[in-house]
Write a protein that binds this ligand. Structure first.
Ligand code: SAM
Ligand code: SF4
Ligand code: SF4
Length: 372
């Protein structure tokens, strides 16, 4: 058997995501927490993509040349319904999931997203606690929706902001979306209490690396925690090259030279960002170094794509077809057994192996499809 599960294999190019059948060898469903995977990791976080569509065309995620007018997005009946998402989430939470993150595409484009959040907020963990619900957004509709999201039970948001420079910001979203509207959304989210709010900045060399310091200076004075993300080789359409990556070390070094930083301990196991605190006590930053410092050994995440495939790695090229299981009459027990079996068999560690793989030899799922 290969070192990785089939969902993260590197067996060659494919034109579209492949659906893996649910493993026929099913672990017994005994109502207890799911067991660890083949590398000793627990399932704790579920990321759910609620749409593959987006109103932005960020150059590192949905380049216009590929995601143009003719691009075949999923049809409505292909999407998981809110009831189907709720069922999967409930079973996963019973098995140990503590955090759910809604993503996409742009999750606020999914009509009635508040109704889904209300359903998820009603789920209780085995200890009776509410599950933590977060959402990652480009912020474009946040001003409009913040109150309704909060009322529905959303705990917090992460907002993507790649630059404070209007020209660079618009060049990166590639649809001329103005920065001030994202800031209106941020203010609204802060006002209704959707915090702690995190800001995601993807850094791409030659595009927005000149904004690292201005972003750090600005957000240091706000209640928001800025996280720098190394530009990743997700999907196969963004033309990723290692040379375009500004490394976590370079980012921290640059900021620290002006505003000294010291490391902080992680607050939770499986945390993707390494945390740094300004030595003057005025705030912190996070750095997500999935290219240069792989964190696969603590990867406790599973991802559900918009049409209901379960991916156990962000860099997979195939996922398990949970929608088929649900729509062919599968019970919650079947779902529970399927999730247990898939997780128990998982051995993904793509980022740890990236350097030894031949670039361009495998087709991967797009970020806008699987969710970041
Ligand atoms: N549309 C929402 C947004 O942009 O926040 C949610 C979905 S987006 C795919 C989730 C996160 O993935 C965003 O913070 C985005 O910046 C990040 N992302 C997308 N493509 C990336 C890439 N190639 N490398 C690193 N991060 C990426
Ligand atoms: Fe849309 Fe988010 Fe991708 Fe940008 S990063 S294109 S906002 S899904
Ligand atoms: Fe998890 Fe990312 Fe490693 Fe895949 S590459 S196992 S998603 S940390």
């Amino acid at each position: 058997m290969s070192e990785t599960t089939p969902s993260a294999d590197d067996s060659g190019a494919r034109t579209s995501p492949v659906a893996l059948p649910i493993p026929s060898l099913r672990a017994p469903s005994d109502g207890a927490q799911f067991s660890t995977d083949r590398r000793g990791r627990m399932l704790q976080d579920l990321r759910i993509s609620v749409t593959d569509r987006c109103n932005f065309r960020c150059v590192y995620c949905m380049p216009k040349e590929i995601f143009g007018r003719d691009f075949a997005f999923l049809e409505r009946d292909e999407l998981l319904t809110f009831e189907e998402i709720e069922r999967i989430a409930r079973v996963a939470v019973q098995g140990g999931v503590r955090k759910i993150r809604l993503t996409g595409g742009e999750p606020l484009l999914r009509r009635g997203i508040e109704d889904l959040i209300a359903k998820l907020a009603a789920i209780r963990r085995p200890d009776g606690e509410k599950v933590d619900i977060a959402l990652t957004t480009n912020g474009s509709a946040l001003a409009l929706k913040a109150q309704a999201l909060k009322d529905a039970g959303l705990d917090r948001v992460t907002v993507s902001v790649d630059s404070l420079d209007e020209e660079t910001f618009q060049r990166m979203n590639d649809v001329n979306f103005p920065l001030h509207r994202v800031f209106d959304g941020l203010a609204a989210a802060h006002e209704v209490g959707l915090g702690p709010i995190k800001i995601n900045m993807v850094v791409k060399k030659g595009l927005n690396d000149h904004d690292i310091l201005p972003m750090a200076r600005y957000f240091k004075q706000t209640p928001y925690v800025l996280r720098f993300i190394e530009y990743m080789d997700v999907g196969s359409t963004n033309g990723w090259r290692l040379d375009d990556v500004v490394t976590a070390d370079e980012i921290v070094e640059q900021i620290s030279a002006e505003m000294p930083l010291e490391t902080l301990n992680p607050t939770a196991p499986g945390e993707t960002a390494s945390r740094w605190r300004y030595t003057d006590g005025q705030g912190e930053i996070g750095v997500i170094a999935s290219v240069t410092k792989a964190f696969c050994s603590s990867c406790t995440r599973a991802r559900i794509s918009t049409e209901g495939r379960l991916f156990t790695c962000l860099f997979a090229n195939a996922g398990y077809d949970l929608r088929e299981l649900l729509r062919s009459g599968g019970t919650d027990e079947d779902l529970d057994a399927a999730l247990r079996g898939i997780w128990a068999n998982r051995a993904d560690n793509y980022s740890e192996r990236r350097a030894s793989l031949t670039p361009g030899t495998r087709r991967k799922i797009e970020m806008s499809y699987i969710g970041g």
